[in-house]
Every structure is written in structure tokens, then in C-alpha cells.
Design a protein around this ligand. Structure first.
Ligand SMILES: C[S@@+](CC[C@H](N)C(=O)[O-])C[C@H]1O[C@@H](n2cnc3c(N)ncnc32)[C@H](O)[C@@H]1O
Length: 190
């Protein structure tokens, strides 16, 4: 599968005012519903659009990305804000340096349309989730909108469901945030 990776040169755009207004992280995290004693992973965390608000709500966050530039900005923000419950780790394309069943929840935001081997990636997501744990996928809606990648680079809900259900996940919820973003929650039940 040919994918287009986000260019780290553009990483400041990830925290733009426009994005914060159409996908407010606090609203998304409220919709997801967290728990103060839970452990989460943010896979493909970028510069921490979700990692930082997540860290303020849960016990521990593991923030993974394949690009060192992203993680370096995230580390700087964590130091500035004196946030101490985030472990930042560089990962490989479909290999997360985390043990089996470590986390209660996973967020992966605007990452799957960039992933080279989605089936392997979903298997890794499944592996690190506890039984009963939740995976929340956030993606661009497959529509032509003002911002974001061209429609042919976006993933349909059907495609995401196919990968997730084939891996063994059960679909439990979905959201649409503005015209631009969709969210799907899957659960590991065994
Ligand atoms: C569009 S950015 C989104 C960043 C962040 N999740 C957000 O919502 O702001 C996509 C991120 O996914 C990362 N990424 C792409 N493929 C990945 C993979 N296979 N594993 C982990 N991270 C990946 C990129 O390096 C980039 O930081």
C-alpha cells in the first residue's frame, strides 16, 4: 500500500488555532470518557495534541511515534509544563516497544491513513491492550474538506472496520466531529 507520511517540517500546523477549534481535544476526550486511574497509549502522538490533555486526566500515558523530531517537541512541551506521567518512546513502523496488555486505552489520531502495513499495525494495537480495553481511532472523514489530505488518501469507515474486526476487535461506538473528523471506538473483548 502506498501511503503519504506527514512531513515533520509542518509539525507546528498540528497545533494550529484552526485545528484546536474544529477538533478541541478536551471535547474529544470527554466524549471518549477516561478514568483517572487508567493507563493510555497515544500511538503516532506527533507533538502531543492529545498526549498533553490526556496526561492531565489519566494515571499514565505512553506516547509513541516513529519520528524523533515529533518526540523532541513533545519532550520540550512536557518539560515546560512539568508533566511527569508521560513516557515518550520512538517506535518502528508496526512495532511498539511495549509489553502485551499494558494499557486500558489507546488513541491513534490521524495516523492510520499513513500506516504502511495496517493489518500488522492493528495486531500491535490489539497486543498492547488489556482485555476489555478500548481503542479509539480518529481519522479524516472520507470527504473533500477545506483542510487535510486529498480524499484518495483518506480511509473509509468500512476499511477501518474491516481491519479492526479481522484483528478481533468489536466495534462499540462512533462519533463525527465537524465535517472533518470521525472517531471509532473498538474493544478488545478476549
Ligand atoms: C498527522 S500526524 C498526527 C499526530 C497526532 N496524533 C495528532 O493528532 O496531532 C501523524 C503522526 O503519525 C506518525 N506516524 C506515521 N506512521 C506511524 C507509525 N507506523 N507508527 C507510529 N507513528 C506513525 C507520524 O510521524 C506523525 O507524527
Amino acid at each position: 500500500m502506498s501511503v503519504h507520511k506527514f512531513d515533520p517540517e509542518n509539525r507546528k500546523k498540528l497545533n494550529s488555532k484552526q485545528r484546536l477549534s474544529i477538533l478541541p481535544p478536551a471535547m474529544v476526550l470527554t466524549d471518549i470518557g477516561l478514568g483517572s486511574q487508567t493507563i493510555w497509549a497515544d500511538i503516532g502522538c506527533g507533538t502531543g495534541f492529545f498526549t498533553i490533555p490526556l496526561a492531565n486526566e489519566v494515571k499514565q500515558v505512553y506516547a509513541l511515534d516513529i519520528r524523533a523530531e515529533m518526540l523532541s517537541d513533545l519532550n520540550e512541551s512536557l518539560t515546560q509544563r512539568q508533566i511527569h506521567n508521560v513516557k515518550v518512546l520512538q517506535s518502528e513502523e508496526s512495532r511498539f516497544p511495549l509489553p502485551d496488555q499494558l494499557v486500558d486505552g489507546i488513541i491513534t489520531s490521524l495516523v492510520l491513513h499513513e500506516v504502511e502495513q495496517p493489518s500488522e499495525f492493528f495486531r500491535e494495537l490489539y497486543r498492547i491492550l488489556q482485555t476489555g480495553g478500548r481503542l479509539v481511532v480518529i481519522e479524516w472523514a472520507k470527504a473533500s474538506t477545506e483542510m487535510g489530505p486529498p480524499i484518495e488518501h483518506r480511509l473509509s469507515i468500512q476499511q477501518l472496520d474491516d481491519w479492526a474486526l479481522t484483528t478481533g476487535f468489536v466495534k462499540t461506538k462512533s462519533w463525527q466531529w465537524s465535517d472533518n473528523f470521525i472517531g471509532i471506538e473498538y474493544k478488545r473483548v478476549e
